[in-house]
Design a protein around this ligand. Structure first.
Ligand SMILES: Cc1ncc(COP(=O)(O)O)c(C=O)c1O
Length: 412
């Protein structure tokens, strides 16, 4: 951009930067929906902004890998653009993509899912919104297993349903869910149980026998299961994490949310999918039509290529991430101040530092004094104050440097 052109936009940029944050009164004057005032603050996003693009800061706060989308996927989307795949497409995705997702489940899990149960969406987040919007209304309860990615709680809050959190319990070997506590938390107002497995941020995988017990319970009580399975390929000791889809019948009240973001380095594409029961197609289509009318057309051709030819890519990424996880494991074991229940999946380490109960203050200090940005644990649920989340989906060098910086601040 030329200097005069830059000068021309600079005043307006300055003006935007100087605008004061609106108060609750300002917002009320505007008559936005009242539920928006009741949304719980997203401390993870706030901390991300605090450390955003600060010079020299290593950011391991965001939940994404550091690799760009591989060329074979990007090339397919580019070709689709050139071939004129630039028009509106069906709201639930182009038929080829829906079929390819079905083929993927057949190859991976031996499942036979008809395309009428598979809906391509403009991200995993959108898939979650579509699922929740189709079942929740004011006055419903949602029982959510926590720690959990905060945005999912936000999605429930937007529907005006109430969230009941059931925390996983940590020990040396990992995280565990007490099923009795989960079942006790369900009342006659409970419309859905929300489970993220593999979990962001803990890396916990729900064991298959627990899935079966939850499915039986939910069937008995007429409760929906909303399963976020976005990290199902990010497993270090098995090809994929068990899915509720493997044990459910087509008519069960189950939504499985998934995404291209994590496994295929496609976070910026905003592409995901949803699998629902046989009866849900027309319902989800209606909501999708009144929402965004479906994911971008050309991008779906990149996604098809990801599913067809993405296995080597996934394996290479996992090899790198497993090495990083093992480095962190070795360091955490040496540092007596750190508690880290072992992680089986995802690309996060969720850990606690002895003597540091305030994770927001510690995250700020890590940015200011050690140039390391991590996500504060309190963003992930009511019992997570004092924890930190570190995303290790970066180069080995970056992990070495991050460990060094962490050690400067919280070495024993
Ligand atoms: C559990 C979970 N679900 C969904 C998403 C969002 O996926 P997408 O990028 O497809 O919206 C994330 C992103 O961090 C996540 O951690």
């Amino acid at each position: 951009m030329t200097q005069p052109a830059l000068e021309a936009i600079r005043p307006s940029v300055t003006k935007i930067n100087m605008m004061k944050t609106p108060t609750a009164d300002d917002l009320e004057d505007m008559h936005f929906r009242s539920v928006l005032e009741r949304l719980t603050p997203n401390q993870g996003a706030q901390m991300l902004r605090y450390g955003w693009q600060r010079e020299g800061v290593i950011s391991l706060a965001q939940g994404e890998g550091s690799s760009k989308t591989p060329d074979f996927i990007a090339g397919a989307a580019y070709k689709a653009l050139q071939d004129g795949k630039t028009f509106y497409a069906p709201a639930l995705g182009v038929p080829e993509l829906r079929q390819e997702i079905s083929n993927y489940y057949q190859r991976l899990m031996g499942l036979n899912l008809p395309t009428s149960r598979i809906f391509a969406t403009g991200s995993g987040t959108t898939a979650m919104h579509l699922a929740l919007t189709s079942i929740l209304e004011d006055g419903d309860d949602v029982v959510a297993v926590t720690p959990i990615w905060k945005n999912l709680l936000g999605a429930v809050e937007l529907t005006q349903s109430k969230i009941i959190q059931v925390p996983l319990e940590p020990d040396e070997s990992g995280w565990h869910l007490d099923l009795e506590k989960l079942f006790d938390a369900c009342t006659n107002k409970t419309k859905a149980i929300l489970i993220v497995s593999p979990s962001n941020p803990t890396g916990w995988i729900m064991p298959e026998h627990d899935m079966k017990a939850v499915l039986e319970f939910a069937r008995d009580r007429g409760i929906w299961i909303v399963a976020d399975e976005v990290y199902h390929r990010l497993t270090f000791d098995r090809p994929y994490a068990p899915s509720f889809l493997e044990i459910a019948a087509p008519e069960d009240r189950l939504f499985s949310v998934n995404s291209f973001s994590k496994a295929y380095a496609m976070t910026g594409w905003r592409l995901g999918w949803l699998v629902g029961p046989a009866a849900s197609e027309s319902v989800i289509r209606d909501i999708a039509l009144y929402d965004n009318m479906g994911p971008p057309t050309y991008a779906q051709y990149g996604a098809i290529e990801a599913l067809r030819h993405g296995e080597d890519w996934i394996n290479d990424q996992l090899t790198l991430w497993k090495g990083n996880r093992d480095k962190l494991r070795t360091y955490f074991k040496k540092n007596d101040r750190i508690t880290w229940p072992d992680s089986e999946a995802s690309f996060y380490a969720f850990f606690k530092v002895d003597g540091e109960p305030d994770c927001v203050a510690l995250s700020k200090r890590l940015i200011d004094e050690a140039a390391l940005s991590l996500a504060p644990g309190c963003a992930f649920g009511k019992d997570c104050a004092g924890w930190l989340r570190l995303c290790f989906a970066v180069s080995e060098d970056k992990i070495d440097e991050a460990i060094k910086r962490l050690d400067q601040m919280i070495g024993c």
